[in-house]
Design a protein around this ligand. Sequence first.
Ligand code: 0GY
Length: 304
Amino acid sequence: MTHFTKTPGWLDWHPAPSSPRFRVPPGSVDAHCHVFGPGDRFPYAPERKYTPCDASKEQLFALRDHLGFERNVIVQATCHGADNSALVDALQASNGRARGIATVKRSVSNEELQALHAAGVRGVRFNFVKRLVDFTPRDELMEIAGRVAGLGWHVVVYFEAVDLPELQDFFIDLPTPVVVDHMGRPDVSQPVDGPEFECFVRFMREHEKVWCKVSCPERLSASGPPALDGERSPYRDVAPFARRIVELFPDRVLWGTDWPHPNLKQHMPDDGLLVDFIPHIAPTAELQQKLLVDNPRRLYWAGD
Ligand code: 0GY
């Protein structure tokens, strides 16, 4: 039995999230979440930058049901490196109600890619956040993208806002749709129409193949959760950024909980409150339907 000790200061996921007041539409998809281990069955990668608490598929599916979602898109977390076994195990247990985003290396065989596809994987993730991963050469990433394009997959990218100017040409050259995690991590202390976020908006406007996850207010917020007990309008400083993207690009946005919320050391969100954030960023029923149902179904369950 393998024993892992959590990174100091690591916060466990919320043990008893509240019931959201906002009822998500039928068929809704939590399009960004993870499973961690359990480490004694699916050991964490030797090259990982953090050691999480365990967060199993059963616990993820229980949260899905509690929040009123029907489906999940499970994203390979960096603590599992390019060993996608925990992800595949979760996909196979989901009865077709989960799709996956894997991490692969150049050495992956065509048979392995086919097996991932059969399990429900529909994309790969390229991570450019330096505190999470070691550098991978661009030619290796481009080669991987070329191979998965043939399977109809897309590439999920995770980066910090300051790095977009340097990365965007590479993203545009990728032969697949590109899905940006957490709005490209804007600095929300800057104006929503300031130069930094404008760069991201322009990137989406000029390139139809770019999608965006309007996720992780808890990670981006300086104002944090509501100050008043019982108040359900959290992360006010992030809302204008997410709402702007949803209103400008309603057919290319996705939403996810990011459960079990890796690397949060100050505050662990109540997942019920995160769901109550949705009407603040997608204020109409039509926008909510696109964000939570139509868009993720088109990207992840096309042809079903
Ligand atoms: C996220 C964000 C983070 C971590 C990872 O794969 C990961 O380790 O994605 C982060 O630390 O910002 O999307 O869960």
